[in-house]
Design a protein around this ligand. Sequence first.
Ligand SMILES: [Zn+2]
Length: 166
Amino acid sequence: MILTTHAIIGAAAAQIFPTRPITAFFAGFLSHFLIDSIPHWDYKLLSMKEDKNNYLNDDMILNDKFLIDLIKIGTDFWLGIILSLFLYTKLAGSDPTIILLGALGGISPDPLQFLYWKTKSRFLAPLQRFHHYIQDGMHFRNRPFIGMPLQILLNIIVVSLVIKFF
Ligand SMILES: [Zn+2]
């Protein structure tokens, strides 16, 4: 899923633990894998180099296309942070620190993938395997016109639940 969705849903999960910042962060972190396991759409990263035979050899190449990816990812990141803070503080009166921790927790598995691609660290390999395994059935990869509205719908449902129950 895109980072905006991971932030919004991570921040929602964090609010189950409004007085426990560290638990709130990890609730966001876990929510990442939970929603990645739903068939979903993601935007293409132009600098991504995939190894069809072994995904553990995938990499992001630091070329000019990477700069375009960085702009995309950066926009996605900030949109997630700003929307989470805005929606939950304005509409649910939630604690901004908990929201921020949950949003960052929700996003963090994706930068950890980048760290794995760049370091091929044995320490990160199990997480990389799990992250890959969980979203193997990503059905909407090339179908943004189905995948995008479904992802927006998921966000609307989760935000509505937070407003109603927190
Ligand atoms: Zn992910």
